[in-house]
Design a binder for this molecule. Structure first.
Ligand SMILES: [Zn+2]
Ligand SMILES: [Zn+2]
Length: 415
């Protein structure tokens, strides 16, 4: 129903003999958001949310416009708390029309049931389990069993793990259908250690020349991951966090069991300064140190203030650690050293550098998942740009002999 040859609006409707389950129901945020194919809420029994990112969770409230809906929403507890935070924010900042409101989000939350990893759950004649995905806190892959057939959906997956999270828990039997993300199927990312080393050196350079380093980062996962990278590498200078990242910090601190190293997380995030007011915000931009704040692509949040202030001096630095979508202020800054906010063009004198920190598998790691697959599954390559999905499917067909395709929106695949 979405995420076909595109990244965004992930949604897959799984129909069994008596049961219909939606796997993710997200939005594609462009200037105008795109939504997945419409389904009648009464035609589905449940929605499984793999993780809180809006491209997977953002359109679930639209299934609850009628108060009488009896759809179950399933996911882990952190997924629900983080989804609520992100969806609420989307409703708040949307300058565009959204076909649901805050009240529908609340109805959705009333229908939520949180599951543990590896806890089998049954809906009529379908059983499924969630497994740790390594992508963001509470993130899951889904293994579904129905009529002796097995389906595995990767959601967004990271099998290397990170400072924050353990690697994905890959535990599946012979498969009949696999839905696999293709984000970096054609790209090998820079090794993590190298990205960390480069970021650390850059941060030290900027701070030691008396500058402030600003790191715009997505509020969930990336902001915290960067704080942990600095801490575990013994970064000797001040680190501050701001914006919605702080609310995400609080949620994450409540779920230590989902973290790779809860003590390290507490130290990294707890010892950072939490910026909560304008008087402090205005002062800290004049102090040497690191500031981490959303939005990752500079589309809003306190990042807008920080960029405007810190762009003025060449001793300051900006480290871009998140993906920069087309036509976002972040991409403009990277490519043209200017950024436009509310029609005002800011020329950037500060130093700008880009670093690769991704929560997704690289090409070789996606193939490592495929190496472990048993059975002779059909494979659907999704959640990537058109080329990445098509080439990935061709390569899978060639290398493993599986019936692999890059589906289009609306395609029906029978198993
Ligand atoms: Zn994601
Ligand atoms: Zn995604």
């Amino acid at each position: 129903m979405g995420a076909a040859k595109e990244v965004g609006r992930s949604a897959f409707l799984m129909k069994g003999d008596n049961t219909s389950i939606m796997l993710d129901y997200g939005v594609l945020l462009k200037r105008e958001p795109n939504y997945p194919v419409h389904v009648k809420p009464k035609d589905i029994d449940a929605v499984i949310i793999t993780h809180a990112h809006l491209d997977h969770s953002g359109f679930v409230p639209s299934l609850f416009l009628s108060q009488s809906s009896d759809i179950q929403v399933l996911g882990t507890l952190p997924t629900f708390e983080l989804s609520q935070l992100l969806i609420e924010d989307m409703i708040k900042i949307s300058g565009y029309y959204l076909p649901f409101e805050y009240i529908d989000l609340l109805t959705m939350m009333k229908h939520s049931k949180s599951l543990q990893y590896r806890e089998p759950y049954r809906i009529k004649d379908v059983t499924f389990t969630l497994h740790e995905s390594g992508h963001i806190l509470g993130g899951a892959t889904v293994l579904v069993e129905h009529a002796k057939k097995h389906l595995f959906y990767t959601g967004d997956i990271n099998t290397r793990g990170s400072k924050l999270l353990r690697p994905a828990d890959l535990d599946f039997e012979a498969l009949d259908l696999m839905i696999i993300e293709s984000t970096y199927s054609q790209t090998e990312q820079m090794p993590r250690e190298q990205s960390e080393r480069e970021l650390l050196e850059y941060a030290c350079d900027v701070v030691e020349r008396g500058g402030t380093l600003f790191i715009p980062a997505f509020s969930v996962e990336r902001a915290q991951e960067i704080a942990c990278v600095l801490k575990t590498n013994n970064f000797p200078h001040k680190v501050a966090m701001d914006g919605m990242a702080l609310k995400a910090n609080e949620i994450m601190l409540r779920h230590p069991g989902f973290l790779r190293d809860a003590d390290m997380f507490k130290r990294s995030v707890g010892e950072a300064e939490w910026i909560t007011g304008w008087s402090r915000r205005k002062k800290i931009v004049k102090e040497p140190g690191v500031i981490i704040s959303p939005a990752g692509m500079l589309v809003g949040g306190s990042a807008v203030f920080y960029i405007q202030e810190l762009a003025k001096s060449k001793k300051n630095g900006i480290a871009l650690v998140s993906f920069q979508g087309e036509r976002t202020p972040g991409r403009e800054l990277l490519e043209r050293r200017v950024a436009t906010f509310d029609g005002k063009v800011i020329k950037c004198s500060a130093d700008i550098k880009r670093f690769e920190f991704s929560g997704h598998n690289s090409r070789s790691e996606l193939f490592e998942i495929l190496d472990r697959v048993k059975g002779n599954p059909k494979v659907l390559t999704v959640h990537g740009d058109e080329m990445s999905c098509i080439k990935f499917a061709d390569e899978i067909k060639e290398k493993y002999g599986y019936d692999a395709i890059a589906p289009n929106v609306g395609d029906i695949i029978e198993v």
